[in-house]
Design a protein around this ligand. Structure first.
Ligand code: ARG
Length: 455
């Protein structure tokens, strides 16, 4: 009861609301209960508190869990509220729960414990999204489409090649989340305020009970470090960047009539009856902004903080939680929208050859026949200028006469030339590793599926 009185003295007065993180702490309510249990079990095992006291505290924690976060007494944060609730049930002996620890190591343990779950949730969502992309890609290895650089028609590619480009990027985003997880998954518990404790705590034991894979050993580092938030938020923001590109491509393709979103992923207009808008994809771009901003906000909060614990840290964790929530939802929506969309194969096919997108293939064919690539490049550019667009075989032939002093047929097989002037033939010719030729993409998809299965 004594500690309750002391707390009332430091009630915060008019700044109480400002100081309190209790409502935001709902997110770590379950984590705090887990951390309390592990700590109490360890205290009893080490005979720092009696088994009887530990039992009473553990029983109280069960009741507090059942009653839920909403039933907690008003407090500065969830840690204080749960302790007050334990003391309310057990009496002063409940105050033994806080032996050999501080809220500083406690909150750091709670954040890591909870964020682990969120990161794994994000990984699971991204892995599911990758499976959906691979499945959609497998159905479209022959579906030609225009490929762009600088948003100008560049070379024909396929829907499968485009889809799998995002799957591979998401595979690296998955790795980054898992890398963040590896360092997130270490226990700061037992560091106390920042300088250890005279009690003979077993930090390895609480780490083990909470499923952590090792310790943040130095007690000052353990309570000060928030690089686990930085890594997690950075991984989330990176994933978000991938998603925003995917969403932007989707908006563009909807604009061009290359794809039609499923109704459940589209919105209409309150005034224009004909509208079918890609709002979901636009909101993916928008939500990703939250993650990017979260990384910025987090670094701004952490930058320049002295050792050891400072209350600014209370404002740091929400950035990570919001970032991971935003990109997890955005992953589901972006990939959901694009894998349920209908690809308009006719529109894709007729656009695939637009803007003489097969030009590089013609130059490549000439270069394969021994013409220096730069000469071939000039020849094709000259033919395009003469034709004011995609040149016919005849135009290429007359251009070859003037550039090479010999007919085109003396250099290349005309059938092969006709093949690479066709978008599908152009795609089929580019069968280098990682290229868009249907079989090449098929092999890549198989390897990508293996990687996915091995996660
Ligand atoms: N609510 C605080 C936080 O989230 C818990 C730690 C408070 N520690 C302290 N020494 N005031 O950071």
């Amino acid at each position: 009861a004594e500690s309750v009185v002391r707390r009332d003295r430091f009630s915060g007065g008019p700044a109480r609301e400002f100081l309190s993180s209790l409502s935001a702490d709902e997110r770590i309510f379950a984590a705090d209960l887990a951390v309390d249990r592990a700590h109490v079990v360890m205290l009893a095992e080490e005979e720092i508190i009696t088994a009887e006291d530990a039992g009473a505290i553990l029983d109280a924690l069960v009741e507090i869990e059942r009653a839920g976060h909403g039933a907690l007494p008003d407090a500065e944060d969830v840690h204080e509220a749960i302790e007050t609730a334990v003391i309310g049930r057990v009496g002063p002996t409940g105050g033994r729960m806080h032996t050999a620890r501080s809220r500083n190591d406690e909150v750091a343990a709670c954040l890591r414990y909870r964020l682990r779950e969120d990161v794994l949730g994000a990984v699971e969502t991204v892995v599911g999204a990758r499976a959906a992309l691979l499945e959609a890609a497998a159905a479209h290895t022959e579906t030609v489409m225009p490929g762009y650089t600088h948003l100008q028609p560049a070379q024909p590619t396929t829907v499968a090649h485009w889809l799998s480009s995002y799957e591979e990027a998401l595979a690296r985003d998955t790795e980054r989340l898992l890398d963040a997880y590896a360092r997130l998954n270490r226990s700061p518990l037992g560091a106390a305020a920042f300088a250890g404790t005279p009690f003979d705590v077993d930090r390895e034991r609480t780490a083990e009970l909470l499923g952590f894979n090792g310790l943040v050993e130095n007690a000052t580092d353990a309570v000060s470090a928030r690089d686990f938030l930085v890594e997690t938020t950075a991984a989330a923001a990176g994933l978000g960047t991938t998603l925003s590109g995917l969403a932007e491509d989707g908006v563009l393709f909807a604009n061009k009539g290359y794809l039609t979103l499923a109704d459940e992923y589209a919105s209409t207009s309150s005034i224009m009856p004909q509208k079918k808008n890609p709002d979901t994809l636009e909101l993916v771009r928008g939500r990703v902004g939250d993650a990017t901003a979260g990384l910025d906000g987090l670094l701004t909060t952490l930058k320049g903080l002295p050792r050891a614990y400072n209350r600014d840290l209370q404002r740091a964790s929400s950035h990570a939680f919001e970032a991971i929530d935003s990109v997890t939802e955005a992953t589901e929506v972006a990939v959901g929208a694009l894998t349920t969309a209908e690809w308009e194969t006719d529109a894709l096919e007729s656009a695939a050859g637009g803007g003489f997108s097969t030009a590089t293939g013609v130059a490549d064919l000439l270069a394969q026949a021994g013409v220096p690539f730069r000469t071939a490049h000039e020849l094709v550019a000259e033919a395009a200028e003469r034709a004011e667009g995609t040149p016919s075989v005849e135009t290429l032939d007359t251009t070859a006469e003037s550039v090479l002093d010999e007919p085109l047929s003396a250099v290349v097989d005309v059938n092969a030339l006709e093949r690479v002037l066709d978008p599908a033939g152009s795609v089929a010719s580019r069968d280098s590793r990682g290229g868009p030729a249907p079989e090449t993409v098929g092999d890549h998809l198989d390897r990508a599926q293996d990687t996915l299965d091995n996660h």
